[in-house]
Design a protein around this ligand. Structure first.
Ligand code: ATP
Ligand code: MG
Length: 625
């Protein structure tokens, strides 16, 4: 099948197209209508249809593949590898669902899941889905204040937490975080269910709200909890955006549209079918984790592999050993992770039998060309960048080897995924930009199945954040893009990241691409800083690979930019630092670096991973080096 035909049909005849895709999942009741678009920008897919995510992810596979591996949870923090067949997964999910019910959690109730990247997080999510409870996974180890904010937003009936997480061998006890969050929250839930991993002994189970999961599970083992059939547009879960540009937004997702979109994405984009293995290195607490650690691969009847630990521990070969052991077909990771591996000996990529591995997909932030080239050459596999957002829940731009493999163009996440009617709009005129012209990436409504339905309890924020940038009701999360003559889209960064140097508009991403081509550079962030003469000037913050000489590298970085982009783009200053500030999901916090460089307040830091990195940058700016 030709990609163009497939995509064209999805836009020209969306109802026929999605009705066909909807056959891939099980419906307890068929939809009355495929699309209700009578109240834009709100829209409903598969109206009146009844289905259930857990049924589609687990029960449906029992007859045909009950003994096949469904979930593998590898932890190099605890040294455990836990494997669950579909039948075992079914047992665990039923036991978990029975525990939830015993705590009076039911359809429409919210459950906040604050767990590390362990199998119980998957059981808890699927158990919620089974009984129609709405989960809100909060990345394990997030600060207490973050957890409190999300508890107040979701008003959950139950909080599920672990005794501890672990990162790089360092145990992070959750009890102090949970206690502080509950003390801060305005409406704390009556119970906290603790998954005790034995990492932080002394979590007082009997005390106050805390209940021990293992004890309750033992009481409910073997239970069968019937699936709750949900109308397609009931909420399945809430999930917050990364907070790269400000206060995170609570994305609300539906049931039927999400299941259908994921089912299509699994074969069309990731080229994974029942019985094959997919390894996603994300944390289940992120959008990628929700869709491609949990729901996507399981709905497809594949084997989902999850990972807790560093990509470099016990050694940088760990991910490739996992690929070899489970015959992984598709691996899904992030540019940040690959840049970590890039600092290591590439020999680690050549040690294992990766004959079954066909693709490495990367998403979440710009994949710079040198990194793409490096991993492509070192791995010798097809590397596919894919662009999406927490809001969309699945890719917007990608290459689709399951439909037709188009050539990879490094620097571009490829072509519009079926269902997405994309355009690049000139900010000044509001008209569609010509090929090669820069503009804002928009999605013409309706958003396809799977995308967010609203901001949780805040329809106004949904409209204000995404649909109020242009005259028409165009959806945009304000990414800046350029489309070439072949229809490939290049993401140039956020519109906030566009800088204006003496009247010339430059994407910081373009300068980052140029700097990252320097052989000594590991990671780079370019920001625009106010300048009395030029309006704004680009400033570089970079980390180096071990061996590089900082002063020389800084000089060479400036030289490269001038050579490749012209004198106008010349970085006014280059700061070489040990680490760059990132969100917990691994995204560069450019807005905070920029604020520090302009001596302003760094803004909402609730999702900042390593506060030390921001302090280092503050120091470097103050010293002027
Ligand atoms: P917030 O919306 O809270 O500011 P965020 O936008 O970082 O945070 P996410 O939903 O995790 O939250 O990230 C989506 C964004 O990540 C996209 O809008 C885009 O800017 C960036 N992004 C994701 N994938 C890619 C990619 N393949 N190439 C370039 N940028 C990407
Ligand atoms: Mg965003």
């Amino acid at each position: 099948m030709a990609y163009e035909d497939f995509h064209r049909r999805s836009i020209a005849e969306p109802e026929a197209f999605w009705a066909e895709q909807a056959r891939a999942i099980h419906w307890h009741r068929q939809p009355d209508a495929i699309l209700d678009d009578s109240n834009p920008p709100f829209r409903k897919w598969f109206v009146g249809g009844e289905t259930n995510l857990c049924h589609n992810a687990v029960d449906r596979h029992l007859d045909e593949r009950g003994d096949q591996l469904a979930l593998v949870a590898v932890s190099t923090e605890t040294g455990d590898t836990r494997e669950f067949s579909y039948r075992e997964l079914h047992r665990e999910v039923n036991a978990f669902a029975a525990v939830l019910k015993s705590l009076d959690v039911g359809r429409g109730d919210r459950v906040v899941i604050y767990l590390p990247n362990i199998a119980e997080a998957v059981f808890a999510m699927l158990a919620c889905a089974r009984i129609g409870a709405v989960h809100s996974v909060v990345f394990g180890g997030f600060a207490a204040h973050n957890l409190a904010l999300r508890i107040d937003d979701a008003e959950p009936k139950l909080l599920i937490a672990a005794d501890a997480g672990s990162r790089g061998g360092k145990v992070i006890p959750y009890k102090p975080l949970v206690d502080a969050a509950l003390a801060e929250a305005k409406s704390p839930p009556p119970h906290v269910l603790i998954v005790d991993r034995g990492l932080a002994p002394g979590y007082a189970r009997s005390e106050g709200r805390a209940l021990d999961y293992a004890t309750l599970r033992a009481q409910h083992e073997g239970a069968e909890v019937p699936v709750e059939w949900l109308e397609s547009n009931e909420p399945s879960y809430l999930l917050y955006t990364s907070g790269t540009t400000g206060k995170p937004k609570g994305v609300q997702r539906d049931v039927g549209g999400y299941a259908v979109a994921l089912a299509m994405s699994m074969w069309a984009i990731y080229d994974v079918r029942a019985g094959q293995a997919m390894f996603t290195t994300s944390d289940v607490g992120w959008a990628v984790g929700h869709s491609y650690n949990v729901y996507g691969p399981l709905i497809a009847g594949a084997t989902a592999i999850m990972y807790e630990g560093l990509p470099t521990a016990p050694d940088p070969g760990i991910w490739w050993r996992i690929c070899e052991k489970y015959g992984v077909r598709t691996m899904f990771s992030s540019p940040t992770a690959i840049r970590v591996l890039k600092k290591q000996d590439p020999e680690w990529l050549a040690k294992y039998d990766l004959s079954k591995l066909k693709y490495l997909f990367l998403a979440g932030e710009p994949l710079d060309e040198p990194t793409a080239q490096w991993i492509n050459d070192s791995l010798g596999k097809t590397v596919i960048d894919n662009y999406w957002q927490t809001e969309t829940g699945w890719p917007v731009l990608a290459l689709m080897p399951g439909v037709e493999m188009k050539p990879v163009k490094f620097g571009s996440p490829g072509l519009p995924v079926p269902g997405y009617d994309l355009a690049v709009i000139d900010e000044a005129t509001g008209e569609e930009a010509a090929p090669g012209e820069k503009g804002v990436l928009v999605i013409r409504p309706p958003l396809p199945p799977g995308c967010m339905t609203t901001v949780w309890r805040d329809d106004k924020r949904f409209i204000d954040s995404y649909f109020s940038h242009f005259k028409e009701l165009l959806y945009s999360s304000l990414d800046w893009a350029i489309r070439d003559a072949d229809g490939y889209t290049f993401i140039l960064g956020r519109t906030d990241d566009v800088i204006n140097v003496a009247g010339h508009r430059l994407g910081t991403r373009e300068i980052e691409e140029s700097v990252s081509g320097h052989p000594g550079v590991a990671e780079v962030a370019v920001i625009g800083v106010q300048d009395a003469v030029k309006g704004q000037v680009p400033v570089v913050f970079a980390t180096l690979k071990q061996a590089a000489d900082a002063a020389l590298a800084a000089h060479e970085m400036q030289g490269r930019v001038v050579e490749q982009l012209g004198a106008i783009a010349r970085p006014a200053r280059v700061y070489v630092v040990g680490a760059l500030p990132k969100t917990r999901s691994g995204k560069l916090l450019r807005r905070s670096i920029q604020a520090l460089a302009e001596h302003r307040d760094p803004g909402d830091l609730s999702t900042l991973d390593d506060p030390g990195s921001l302090e280092e940058i503050r120091g470097a700016i103050d010293r002027g080096a």
